[in-house]
Ligand binder design. Structure first.
Ligand code: FAD
Length: 421
């Protein structure tokens, strides 16, 4: 469990990330993500798996996800039956992954909205299409999008194991992660001979996998036993060591943990780059007090994030021959999109929810990193930045929650470290 040294492919030491995260970022994220703007995530858990016949849906009680009713939602997120202002249609369309019925038929209601608003909608669509979208966002064609309260459905041990998750991980690593030419099977993944871009891709997925494994070990459900009469949630050190200990994983576990730090650095950098944009966001939920508190919390977080010096440097990627770099970028994006679609094949709803959210958050980070310099920390575009670059509400929610998961994983490693010593 003793990790130290540099995070591979980054100029940053594990130790400095530990102290940044555990002392400064983790407490801020914990408080921010408990706010209404971030705790309600809109998602479609009913999409069919596009790659193979669905495994039978898991009936384990820990896999169940509790959906929100309209009554549970803050005012600003409710589907408004009778809209007070038609321009709200446009605001909603701009801010959500799952448009309401009204948004979908926007073209049909020309007469009910102003010309200006229609133009805003068209502009938004144009900007959005032009951007580097790395992820399939849920749409509303099936009418199956629902809000989930993430605080009531935490990511933790569910008991989802065996063939179904192995098929998912297998397909992610073997078919959708770039492989070194002489390697086969995710158990023998080697990074030698891979270019930087492909290493980055693999490390990010492995970092996500590590984070999921840490959470399920950190919030594990111990079965009822003679020691404690009923089931009990707690940290499972044995499970953590089985997954990450040097000896028990043929030396690969510590590397997987380092990949978690790598993924953390990539998302940290994306948040820093998007800071001018995030500073402008309204975080609307319909409650002024709450919305102002969220704004303050985001600004406070961004101040810390921006000051961290050793960020991931995305400018090193996709360099060299222009044509080849462009082809590699497209391949990178296609692989990532595929992974977002594989999430619809996860056979446990709770795992699917968090898998979708984290992959979408990662996709949003990539979209930010590869959307040019218009919104970088040096950007002077402030109020105008929203015209150039658009993030939907769901992308902001998933980005911050995904980063929050990585942050909580790094914090959990510290908990396990203390338990050992
Ligand atoms: P797995 O974690 O299934 O790993 C399979 C193989 O991958 C390992 O044998 C190893 O060779 C390799 N590997 C492991 N870790 C890494 C890594 N970090 N980098 C590279 N290679 C690695 N279970 C829950 O209890 N709660 C959840 O919230 C949850 N969410 C999930 C979300 C998704 C998208 C998926 C696909 C699965 C999820 N699971 C969850 C299941 C969980 O990830 C494991 O699959 C399950 O616990 C069985 O673990 P395992 O020991 O067989 O190894």
């Amino acid at each position: 469990c003793k990790l130290n040294g540099e995070v591979d492919d980054c100029q940053c030491k594990v130790e400095s990330l530990d102290s940044l995260n555990n002392d400064q970022i983790y407490p801020r994220m914990k408080s921010l993500l408990s706010r209404n703007f971030f705790r309600y995530f809109k998602v479609n858990l009913h999409k069919e798996c596009p790659f193979w016949a669905d495994d039978s849906r898991c009936a384990m009680k820990n896999c169940a996800v509790e959906m929100c009713t309209q009554d549970d939602l803050p005012f600003g997120l409710k589907e408004e039956e009778d809209k007070e202002s038609e321009n709200k249609y446009i605001e909603k369309a701009q801010s959500e992954d799952c448009p309401t019925k009204a948004d979908v038929t926007l073209g049909d209601i020309d007469t009910t909205i102003s010309k200006e608003s229609q133009q805003a909608f068209k502009d938004w669509t144009k900007y959005d299409d032009a951007q580097e979208t790395f992820c399939e966002l849920d749409d509303d064609t099936t009418g199956n999008c629902d809000y989930v309260d993430l605080l009531l459905n935490p990511e933790r041990y569910t008991g989802y194991k065996g063939e179904s998750p192995h098929r998912i991980w297998n397909s992610i690593y073997n078919e959708n992660c770039f492989k070194a030419p002489d390697q086969s099977g995710y158990n023998s993944q080697s990074l030698t001979g891979m270019c930087l871009e492909k290493r980055v891709f693999y490390r990010m997925i492995s970092g996500l996998h590590a984070s999921i494994s840490i959470h399920l070990s950190h919030e594990y459900l111990f079965p009822a036993s003679t020691c404690y009469g009923t089931e009990k949630w707690g940290q499972n050190m044995e499970e953590f060591l089985r997954r990450f200990d040097h000896e028990q994983t043929d030396g690969r576990g510590p590397q997987w943990l380092k990949n978690l730090y790598f993924t953390y650095l990539v998302e940290l950098r994306a948040i820093a780059k998007a800071a001018p944009y995030l500073e402008e966001e309204g975080y609307f939920t319909g409650d002024d007090e709450e919305d102002n508190a969220v704004k303050e919390g985001v600004l406070d977080l961004l101040n810390v994030v921006k000051q961290f010096p050793n960020q991931f440097d995305e400018s090193k990627l996709f360099k060299g021959n222009k044509k080849e770099a462009q082809a590699l970028k497209e391949e990178f994006r296609d692989h990532f999109r595929n992974i977002s679609r594989i999430m619809d094949c996860v056979g446990c709803d709770k795992c699917k929810l968090w898998g979708k959210l984290q992959v979408q958050g990662m996709g949003t980070a990539l979209k930010i990193l590869f959307s040019g310099d218009g919104m970088g920390p040096q950007s002077t575009v402030k109020a105008g930045s929203k015209q150039k670059f658009q993030l939907r509400r769901t992308e902001i929610v998933s980005l911050l929650n995904a980063f929050g998961r990585l942050s909580s994983s790094i914090h959990a490693i510290e908990v396990f470290r203390r338990m050992i010593s």
